[in-house]
Design a protein around this ligand. Sequence first.
Ligand SMILES: [Ca+2]
Length: 133
Amino acid sequence: MRVRLPAAVAVTAWATSAVLLSGAPAQAAESDCGSNQICLFQDYGYGGRMLNITRIGTCIENLKGWEFNDITSSVINNSPVTVRLYQDIGHGGKYVRLTPGEKIANLSSVTIYNNDGSWFGVNTFNDRTSSTC
Ligand SMILES: [Ca+2]
């Protein structure tokens, strides 16, 4: 028990610092998302809080743990891999796909796919992202 407790505390401390690091500055900018990084933004036009998901791992089961559930309004994929933003936790529900180098300044009108990969249509995905991979 004594061995596990410090480990859990250490993980929590790391997670908290990662959120603070990713969340600062309060008003992010497009230039805050560097090369090989994937970044979610709270506001349109790459503004508001920014979550650098490459620092966590491209696949995130539940963005609620990072205080970023259902708030993403713009996104940048500066990484060499295709990334999906999912509507539900655990990579469920509909998704938006970003190819390497793609950025979307406004998620209110984007191409959306059903979870099986079939085309759903063009609609809003604003403030709907709950997991990524
Ligand atoms: Ca938002």
